[in-house]
Design a protein around this ligand. Structure first.
Ligand SMILES: NC(=O)c1ccc[n+]([C@@H]2O[C@H](COP(=O)([O-])OP(=O)(O)OC[C@H]3O[C@@H](n4cnc5c(N)ncnc54)[C@H](O)[C@@H]3O)[C@@H](O)[C@H]2O)c1
Length: 366
């Protein structure tokens, strides 16, 4: 078993109350590496020096491991694995910089990047440099989802026909939910997507615009459909996720009641998920967040050890990003978008910039 020197880029200020303006995912990653006996956190970099200093104190990093610029950190600390937890619009320069500097593995936060072009370039650059690239979709390791996948693989609902999602939003949480839909369908790419959205009240998360309501449908190459209805339309789906098969259904909830239920032959039974839900570490509900984070980091290390591709890989992540950017492109084009996606930008951002969408600015509470 190898030992790995770990560095974090983008520590965050570790807020007491994580929000879409700052979650300090760098802390969440580091907490998971600290739990892993093959990992040693040796360095951190943040453009805000006091963030890096506070982080170093928390995780026992020596003074010489504290940096402002990530390039200097890569040269000085020569880490084996780098976690990237900076805002999405700068994922590309940081990840590409790490790949070119010869880092062996990069574990980056979702979403992959702020545009489709940037997402593809970033994944391709890592592939060319032989770098193991993963994106942190830690909910893949939450028991309600892993158990649902196990039931699917065991044929408990026959052949999967569609995955419907009534939870969250399309872009920010969608980087998890649409990704999970892909996981349920063995990580196939989609072949088309059609969507409509409503964006009347400004909502910016982690630096990116986020619609208020979305209705999207997409089809995978094997004929399975994905459907997502969020915001005012979320009640349409009856659950956070509903997986419909030829012989039954699996229902996954996020708040109340049984987290996972199996429906077949006219009856419904709860499935044991050891009390796990799917919330994020650091939030009030997030009792299990750190557990999922630990499993995510464990998957990164396991891939390094075995050479096997993780479900968190950049290649698989592009399947999700293509549906998200493709969904926004469908809104812009007013029609179905056949994939592969042939635009470069984030169509939602472009529609806001051009005035085609003009959400009402939200008053600052301070
Ligand atoms: N996986 C999840 O469930 C989840 C949850 C929340 C946020 N996120 C993602 O995590 C990422 C980070 O979001 P956050 O809210 O944790 O950010 P944050 O604002 O809390 O922290 C980002 C840090 O990056 C630093 N930074 C900015 N530019 C830098 C650079 N060039 N070099 C070094 N440091 C730099 C900032 O100073 C800040 O300290 C985003 O991609 C976000 O979407 C993922």
């Amino acid at each position: 078993m190898s030992q790995y020197d770990i560095a974090i880029i983008g520590t965050g200020p570790d807020p007491a109350n994580p929000t879409v303006e700052g979650f300090a995912m760098g802390y969440r990653h580091a907490e998971a590496y600290r739990e892993h006996d093959q990992c040693r956190i040796v360095a951190c970099a943040d453009v805000v020096p006091e963030n890096a200093r506070a982080f170093a104190e928390e995780f026992g990093i020596d003074d010489e491991g504290i940096y402002e610029g990530f390039e200097a950190m890569l040269a000085g600390a020569e880490p084996d694995v780098v976690s990237v937890a900076v805002p999405p619009a700068i994922h590309e320069p940081v990840v590409v910089g790490c790949a070119r500097a010869g880092v062996g593995a990069i574990h980056c936060e979702k979403p992959i990047a702020h545009t489709w072009e940037s997402a593809q370039r970033l994944v391709q650059t890592c592939w060319r440099h032989g770098v193991q690239l993963t994106f942190n979709r830690q909910r893949r390791f939450a028991r309600p989802f892993t158990e649902a996948k196990r039931l699917l693989d065991a044929g408990e609902i026959g052949e999967l026909e569609r995955v419907t999602i009534g939870w969250g939003d399309f872009y920010d949480l969608g980087a998890h939910t649409v990704d999970l839909a892909g996981m349920f369908n063995d990580d196939r790419p989609a072949e088309w997507v059609i969507a409509q959205l409503d964006y009347r009240e400004e909502d910016v998360r982690f630096g990116a615009h986020q619609e208020n309501q979305m209705f999207a449908q997409w089809r995978y190459g094997n004929g399975v459909h994905g459907v997502l209805s969020t915001g005012a339309g979320s009640g349409l789906i009856d659950a956070a996720f509903l997986l419909r098969g030829t012989e039954g259904a699996i229902q996954i909830d996020v708040e109340d009641g049984p987290m996972l239920e199996l429906e077949r032959g006219g009856s419904r039974e709860p499935v044991d998920v050891a009390g796990e839900d799917m919330h994020m570490a650091g939030t009030e509900e997030g009792r299990f967040g750190s557990l999922f984070q630990n499993r995510s980091v464990a998957a990164v290390i396991e891939s390094l050890e075995t050479g096997e591709e993780s479900g968190l890989s950049g290649r698989i992540g592009l399947n999700t990003a293509e549906i998200l950017f493709g969904g926004y492109e469908s809104v812009r084009r007013r029609g179905r978008v056949d994939l592969p996606l042939d635009v470069a930008d984030n169509p939602l951002e472009a529609m806001v910039d051009s005035g085609a969408l003009s959400p009402e600015p939200v008053e600052d509470e301070d």
